[in-house]
Design a protein around this ligand. Structure first.
Ligand code: FAD
Length: 377
């Protein structure tokens, strides 16, 4: 049986970051990926310039072809059912990457072996470490990192259910262009959230996030209606991609198994999935080094390395519950008080809806039968 120090399941940014940190610490690392490689991944590809800078320190400069077109977003705007809007210039520019090329770049610089088209079916903890069951054969590792994304059945470990939201990303040929990312709060919290992103010349992409996947078309139709009210002409649909977004958790693992990125439910509100995957992957790789080379307790070492990210999540949750408490029961005329930022004071209905929409996406609920989106090849 082939033995490795670390086997990483999934070659997305979480898996690449774990593999790089572990191999930089001198460990022998294998990444197994179910899809053909490089694979497509439904994603808006937005991350902060800061996070991209940190990725570049570890993986080297991002190749030009791995940047989306246009590559920089300078502002974001939130619209409530097309009637009210709030513009926020970004104090930091957001960068957009093209996931297929970006993920291939990360894995290419992770210092690990990659085995594509290799699906892990199951794993079992043993005295030595962990046995991984593949379609053909078994692999053995001292530590396993599950970086298998939101839709994976491998995570969370031990059957805990994550809260999943269904995302659709549709590219349209369009007349008119947006300057930054436009967030759209749709008619009801259950219709979810949509984002319009500029794409290469004459193309716009609309991403919708909705709890019940059967509502995705309805949400796209509403988003198109709002886009039209913003003066955009939406013409022919070009291509569509689908995926799950994982929220809630976090489920960090058990024994010799660590869980990172979307598999752990570590995406923060309104995006940050890429950043959380990169950061938690790095933390898992470092924890594996400390455990294998210095005898540290694996789970404790992972939590310690993950502390800054976990602290940010707590702050985010506090902000949401504060918003809910403050906004519930307002009659629209009341002042929201000093506790809320000036923007939310001015935009009470918008803040209320944003909070409700995120709550609706966070409800823990299994997706209806027949809706499975697996790795995209
Ligand atoms: C429509 C959409 C838009 C999004 N937009 C943004 C955005 O603008 N900004 C942002 O930060 N985030 C965004 N996200 C979220 C972001 O894509 C994820 O947070 C991020 O990809 C998580 O990285 P990961 O490494 O955890 O998992 P993934 O990137 O999902 O990678 C998991 C990998 O594991 C593989 N795998 C799964 N099961 C197995 C198995 N059993 N064996 C072997 N391999 C397996 C899969 O094939 C896949 O390649 C978006 C998501 C969606 C769906």
């Amino acid at each position: 049986m082939a033995r490795w120090d670390v086997i990483v399941i999934g070659a997305g940014p979480g898996g690449a970051a774990a593999a790089r940190a572990a191999s930089a610490g001198g460990l022998r690392v294998l990444v197994v990926e179910a899809g053909r490689w490089p694979r497509r991944k439904a994603c808006g590809g937005v991350l902060s310039a800061d996070a991209l800078g940190q990725a570049e320190e570890r993986f080297g400069p991002t190749p030009l072809h791995a940047l989306a077109d246009p590559p920089i977003l300078r502002q974001t705007r939130v619209h409530l059912s097309g009637t009210e809007s709030y513009t926020a210039p970004l104090s930091w520019p957001a960068i957009r990457v093209e996931r297929k090329a970006f993920d291939a770049h990360l894995i290419g610089h992770a210092g690990a072996d990659l085995r594509a088209r290799t699906r892990v079916l199951n794993f079992e903890q043993t005295e030595f470490g962990v046995d991984l069951e593949l379609e053909a054969g078994v692999l053995e590792a001292k530590v396993v990192v599950v970086a298998a994304g939101a839709g994976s059945t491998l995570a969370p470990v031990r059957g805990v259910r994550r809260s999943l939201a269904f995302a659709s990303r549709v590219n349209y040929r369009a007349t008119g262009q947006v300057e930054g990312r436009e967030w759209l709060l749709l008619d009801t919290p259950e219709d979810g959230l949509a984002a319009i992103d500029p794409e290469r010349d004459g193309i716009l992409s609309i991403v919708t996030m909705v709890k019940d996947p059967r509502r995705w078309k309805q949400s796209q139709a509403q988003a198109i209606r709002i886009a039209q009210s913003l003066g955009l002409g939406i013409e022919v649909e070009q291509e569509a991609e689908f995926g799950w977004l994982a929220r809630g958790g976090p489920w960090l693992g058990i024994g010799k198994v660590l869980v990172v990125g979307d598999a752990a439910g570590l995406g923060l509100a309104l995006g940050f999935g890429l950043e959380s995957a990169l950061e938690s992957g790095e933390a898992a790789g470092r924890a594996a080094v400390e455990a294998i080379q210095a005898g540290a307790e694996l789970q404790a070492a992972y939590k310690e390395c993950l502390r800054p990210l976990l602290r940010r999540r707590q702050a985010e949750r506090r902000l949401h519950s504060m918003l809910r408490l403050r906004l519930a029961g307002l009659d629209g005329q009341q002042d929201l008080g000093e506790a809320l930022s000036a923007s939310f004071t001015k935009r009470g209905a918008l803040g209320m809806r944003l909070s409700q929409t995120i709550q609706a996406l966070d409800v823990e609920e299994a997706p209806p039968k027949g809706f499975r989106v697996g790795p995209q090849e």
